[in-house]
Design a binder for this molecule. Structure first.
Ligand code: IPE
Ligand code: IPE
Ligand code: MG
Length: 248
């Protein structure tokens, strides 16, 4: 595959993951290292998100999911949560504003997680953005907000249990495909590659079901320092992986 040159030097890959998951971690430590407030780390992290998002679209990656706020992140001080939500608001305003550019890029923007817990105004903006980009098919940018992999499974199981209670389904109908169809990601491929910077080697409740056969790429780089070169490095590593899915 050869790619057109754009603002970034686009590399060419023999094989690209269809779905990449990115755990944007290390903002707080990045700020601390510089004697700054944690909020400054989140701000810089949001800029890196924009860069990687754009590059992934230019590469034509089918789907990329960014972990922005977990169900566990409510445990943080209120002020920090407010700061993160205000960065989300800025991004949403920008996405509304960039409707045309995003359309031209073929970018579909979607949110996964229980957004009913966030500010009503943000929820409205999310709905508009999802609707206005719904028909775009080049790259889906999924943003995980108030997302938890376990909670997502509970949502799926509850919906199925309700259908069984109402007689619309029987227990024999419960299959991996049925469970998948009730997740936040029914129309996306399973996650092929998960990128986690910041030196942590865990999933932190990210894409629990979708990561069953994911490849992992870990790095000590803190998210605000993460670059397109690092992203390419992860994609190169993925290119070399031998995925057997239980076969030989
Ligand atoms: C990731 O960076 C951002 C969110 C979880 C919202 P952190 O804020 O977790 O940064 P560290 O891990 O404390 O460095
Ligand atoms: C994971 O990072 C969540 C996001 C990046 C949004 P955390 O910083 O919350 O994860 P833990 O607490 O180190 O596992
Ligand atoms: Mg963290």
């Amino acid at each position: 595959m050869k790619f057109m040159k754009s603002k970034f030097e686009l590399q060419s890959f023999d094989v690209l993951p269809r779905h990449v998951g990115v755990i944007m971690d290390g903002n707080g430590r990045w700020a601390k290292q510089r004697g700054l407030e944690r909020s400054e780390g989140h701000k810089e992290g949001a800029n890196v998100f924009r860069t990687i998002c754009e590059y992934a679209c230019d590469l034509g990656i089918e789907c990329i999911t960014f972990y922005a706020f977990s169900t566990e992140n409510w445990a943080r001080p209120e002020l920090e949560i407010k700061g993160i939500m205000s960065l989300l608001r800025s991004y949403l305003l920008e996405a509304l504003d960039r409707k045309k550019e995003n359309e031209e890029k073929g970018m579909r923007i979607k949110f996964i997680g229980d957004v009913s817990r966030i500010d009503k105004e943000l929820q409205k903006m999310i709905k508009i953005i999802e609707k206005q980009s719904a028909k775009k098919t080049r790259t889906v940018v999924n943003i995980a907000v108030n997302y938890g992999g376990k909670q997502e499974l509970v949502k799926s199981f509850r919906e199925i249990a309700e259908d069984i209670e109402k007689g619309r389904l029987s227990s024999a109908d419960v299959t991996p495909e049925l469970i998948e169809s009730r997740l936040y990601t029914p129309d996306f491929p399973a996650c092929d590659l998960i990128i986690r910077p910041s030196g942590e080697y865990r999933l932190s409740n990210f894409l629990t079901w979708q990561s069953a056969y994911s490849e992992f790429w870990f790095s000590d780089i803190l998210w605000p320092d993460f670059t397109i070169d690092n992203f390419n490095e992860a994609l190169r590593a993925y290119e070399q992986r031998n995925r057997r899915f239980g076969g030989i």
